[in-house]
Write a protein that binds this ligand. Structure first.
Ligand SMILES: NC(=O)c1ccc[n+]([C@@H]2O[C@H](COP(=O)([O-])OP(=O)(O)OC[C@H]3O[C@@H](n4cnc5c(N)ncnc54)[C@H](OP(=O)(O)O)[C@@H]3O)[C@@H](O)[C@H]2O)c1
Length: 298
């Protein structure tokens, strides 16, 4: 029996979960949970069921829980607000209840989409004003996490980049590399600005924040500067060895898509003051995202 603290990752099969699961084991006894799927060796959990969440908590008896499970496709959330609410808010509520019952510390990943993106630079203390269903569900989940468990850590992210071990996750680089390898051109908006973070560096920050005493509350995490999605796509494509001629800029929002904030630059002073891990530049993020550990698997 390990004497390491037990860490339960909910949504462990997803993009961020895979990176966290690679880095957590030296310090934690790891329990990975996700929706049941053929070949999934971890725990089966559906966060929209209190009974299912309860069973996973009984199995793992966690000291720390990282809630990554969510529906995070902004357009899908807009098309089906009820489902978005059920997973992102209802699911979070069951996890919060279970953490309270077990005395477990909760780390919750939220999004810059809680802001409207009308100005350059958001601090943790700024008032949310989400434009989309997805952003509203994240803002509501943040509130219920921090109201019930004030020592929880809420990490807001503008955009996470990197590879996942398998396809079908939210990992941007798997999708991009697949299209570019097939010689397809890819279009990115040149009017949406984000400060991205690579999934490996995000996992490192998460593990550092978990260990800090009294580190509850909201933390913004992202690169030290922001970049347009088009410029990011261009630099990622070049760094992966593809022709930049395959990357095209989109200059106006596509009709029918969920509303997105124009400028989601998350200011990172708070995380800089409490963490030893340095906040990377955009170029460092791109380098780490392309060279990330999980690329070896695809
Ligand atoms: N990636 C980003 O750029 C970004 C930016 C801001 C915030 N975030 C947040 O960070 C978290 C992790 O994102 P990610 O990129 O790793 O997303 P992801 O790849 O989609 O991973 C989420 C995982 O949760 C699972 N899941 C969905 N519904 C579930 C349920 N009812 N019960 C249990 N598991 C469920 C998904 O399974 P299926 O795939 O089978 O549905 C998936 O394995 C999310 O909360 C997301 O909103 C991500």
């Amino acid at each position: 029996m390990s004497d390491k603290p037990r860490l339960l990752i909910l949504g462990a099969r997803g993009f961020v979960g895979q990176h966290l699961a690679i880095q957590a084991p030296p310090a934690f006894q790891l329990f990975q949970a996700d929706l049941p799927a053929t070949g999934w060796p971890g725990l089966a959990v559906d966060i929209t069921s209190g009974a299912s969440v309860g069973a996973a908590f009984r199995e793992a008896s966690p000291h720390v829980v990282v809630l990554l499970a969510a529906t995070s496709d902004i357009d899908e959330c807009e098309a089906d607000p009820q489902r978005a609410e059920q997973i992102n808010v209802g699911g979070a509520a069951y996890v919060v209840e279970a953490c309270a019952r077990h005395g477990a510390k909760l780390i919750f990943t939220s999004s810059a989409a809680v802001f409207d993106g009308t100005r350059h630079g958001y601090r943790e203390s700024d008032d949310p004003n989400p434009l989309s269903v997805y952003g509203r569900t994240k803002a509501r989940a943040e509130q219920l996490v921090l109201r019930t468990l004030p020592t929880s850590i809420v990490i807001r992210l503008a955009l996470v980049v990197g590879f996942a071990q398998n396809h079908g996750t939210n990992a941007m680089l798997n999708k991009l590399a697949e299209k570019l390898r097939a010689g397809q051109s890819v279009t990115f908006p040149d009017f949406e600005y984000r400060n991205p973070i690579d999934a490996g560096t995000l996992a490192k920050f998460m593990l550092e924040l978990i260990k800090l005493p009294g580190s509850g509350g909201v933390y913004h995490l992202g690169a030290s500067e922001s970049i347009s999605r088009f410029e990011l796509g261009l630099r990622l494509a070049r760094r992966m060895g593809f022709s930049s001629g395959l990357i095209h800029s989109q200059t106006t929002p596509l009709p029918g898509r969920a509303p997105r904030g124009l400028d989601h630059f998350l200011l990172t002073e708070r995380v800089r003051t409490v963490c030893r891990t340095p906040v990377p530049s955009c170029n460092e993020v791109i380098e780490r995202a392309v060279n990330g550990t999980t690329q070896a698997y695809i």
